[in-house]
Design a protein around this ligand. Structure first.
Ligand SMILES: CN1CCC(Oc2ccc(-c3[nH]nc4cccc(OCC5CCCCC5)c34)cc2)CC1
Length: 280
């Protein structure tokens, strides 16, 4: 049996959940407690100092956010010069895989939307902006959505070695216009103003909500990368919002996909939007 030893504790590998460049996520069994965990393994051999630091930053933030419900639990970790092991709670399925399998029932949309908003609000409250939010960053754990990562360290792809990889790593479909145009101050070329930069995550959340409602992201049909980027930034390119019989819901998704950052709502605004606040 393949086993992993972390801080002197033995875990038996059940299966590979996902693979990244230099990282893997396993579903493991903790022998003593017979509990299931997810172990994220990062090979630091061929990782430069920058990458090592990015993983350490991700761990620091993950530990700081441990008391927040919508953030994935970290139980233990081990950092050596050659590898990093993170023992985390194991979810049932990530949102990307879930949405590929089935459409969301309309009444569940509000439930998921509220949880995604509160999860992203947690990292914003810690001064973290993800800037690369997509369904694969959200995980179902006992029926509730939790944020798996904060966009600080490298991304993980789903382990579909056999099937063609529909992984969402590196997808541009959720990227905000200001991130594409580099006017969000992330390259230090402008205001590092938190209030404005948080809005990039609101755009991405809007793309996720759009995908949940309509089964595709707003610019998915534009396959040419350059054309896609231009359309995302082009104020004259109208995104269509077909009626789905819930004007409040279409109002929410429309408001997130406003290209003018100043006119785009904040997470706080979205949590007090009638769609969210007027229903139980
Ligand atoms: C395709 N198939 C995959 C297995 C399963 O989905 C998951 C199960 C557990 C998990 C997970 N739990 N704790 C986790 C802690 C960290 C990272 C995690 O995933 C990372 C990455 C895995 C690939 C998909 C994107 C997220 C973690 C995540 C997906 C069912 C669908």
């Amino acid at each position: 049996k393949d086993q992993i030893h972390i801080k002197g504790v033995t875990y038996t590998i059940i299966k590979v959940i996902g693979k990244g460049g230099s990282s893997k996520v396993y579903q493991v069994l903790h022998e003593d407690s017979k509990k299931i965990f997810a172990v994220k393994y990062v090979d630091l051999e061929c990782s430069d100092h920058q990458i090592v630091q990015s993983y350490k930053n991700e761990i620091t933030v993950l530990r700081r956010l441990q008391n927040k419900e919508p953030i994935i639990k970290l139980y233990d970790f081990e950092i050596t010069p050659s590898h990093i092991y993170l023992v985390m709670e194991c979810g049932s399925i990530d949102l990307a895989s879930f949405l590929r399998k089935k459409r969301v029932v309309k009444d569940d949309i509000l439930f998921y939307w509220r949880q995604m908003l509160t999860a992203v609000q947690c990292i914003h409250d810690e001064g973290i902006i993800h800037r690369d939010l997509k369904p694969a960053n959200f995980l179902f754990v006992e029926g509730s959505l939790k944020l798996i990562d904060f966009g600080i360290a490298n991304a993980i792809q789903s382990d579909k070695t056999s099937v063609t990889r529909e992984s969402q790593v590196g997808t541009l479909n959720y990227m905000s216009p200001e991130t594409i145009q580099g006017s969000d101050g992330s390259q230090g070329n402008g205001s590092s103003n938190m209030k404005i930069n948080c809005k990039s995550d609101v755009w991405s959340l809007g793309c996720i909500l759009y995908y949940i409602i309509y089964g595709k992201t707003p610019f998915q049909s534009i396959t040419n990368t350059m054309m896609k980027l231009q359309a995302i930034c082009n104020k004259d390119y109208q995104i269509h919002f077909p009626d789905v019989g819930d004007p409040l819901l279409t109002d929410v998704v429309k408001s997130c996909l406003v290209r003018d950052v100043r006119k785009r709502p904040s997470i706080k605004d979205l949590l007090s939007h009638p769609y969210v606040s007027s229903r139980n």
